[in-house]
Design a binder for this molecule. Structure first.
Ligand code: TZP
Ligand code: MG
Length: 218
């Protein structure tokens, strides 16, 4: 399989749902299936926080979530955990600056999708040289989900990073009310945890985000 093209990546990033067991009130697989019905375009398994699953249980949930993605043609990415991504033969990996070196991850994953969180031009430059397929940029708005997310960036960094020509997804405190601001700044999509995982009606929440981001297009 060849590397994902920037255009393919841009369309996959539109409604990027991230979740693990600690983010979900009900079974994460049910949440994911409802989110898929609502129109998400890519999924990242991020098993973090107090009480998160480890070892076999983490692997087992990953398998179930991956299966739901496979059945629906949605790419399945793993956050941080390269070994898990390889064991599951996931479609890709997303890493932060504090994780394994991006160039080393690229070597190990071949053509799989590689996302890298970047916060400034220097990190962006390095991520490109390391073979990143997209940038995750944030936190755009205040978020309670990631305690060490760093300073709120607003949309300014998205505008600065546009010039690199690499697909960009915004993250942090994004919901159906503010998603348009993120897209207007030049992002190719929005990634959300709470706006979907904690919604009373997960499917509707995903649909509403999808409408804002895609401007009514499928
Ligand atoms: N990275 C930067 S902010 C964030 C991550 C993983 C959390 C996003 O979660 P939410 O609930 O969509 O604000
Ligand atoms: Mg990380």
């Amino acid at each position: 399989m060849a590397r994902v093209s920037p255009d393919q990546m841009r369309s996959l990033l539109k409604v990027y749902f991230i979740a693990g067991s600690t983010n979900c009130i009900e079974d994460p697989v049910k949440v994911l299936e409802d989110a898929i019905r609502g129109g998400i375009t890519i999924f990242q398994y991020r098993e973090k926080g107090e009480g998160c699953l480890v070892d076999k249980e983490k692997l087992a949930l990953g398998r179930r979530l991956q299966q739901a993605c496979k059945e629906n043609g949605i790419p399945f990415l793993v956050n941080d955990d390269l070994e898990l991504a390889l064991e599951l033969d996931a479609d890709g990996v997303h890493i932060g600056q504090e994780d394994e070196d991006a160039a080393r991850v690229r070597e190990k994953i071949g053509d799989k999708i590689l996302g890298v969180s970047v916060h400034n031009l220097e990190e962006a430059e390095k991520a490109i040289q390391s073979g990143a397929d997209y940038f995750g940029v944030g936190p755009i708005f205040p978020t309670a989900t990631k305690k060490d997310a760093g300073a709120v960036q607003g949309t300014a960094m998205i505008e600065e990073l546009k010039g690199f020509g690499i697909p960009i997804v915004g993250i942090g405190g994004i919901n159906a009310h503010n998603a348009e601001m993120v897209m207007e700044a030049g992002a190719d999509g929005v990634s959300v945890i709470t706006a979907i995982s904690h919604a009373k009606d997960v499917r509707t929440a995903a649909t509403q985000l999808s409408e804002k981001v895609k401007g009514g297009q499928a």
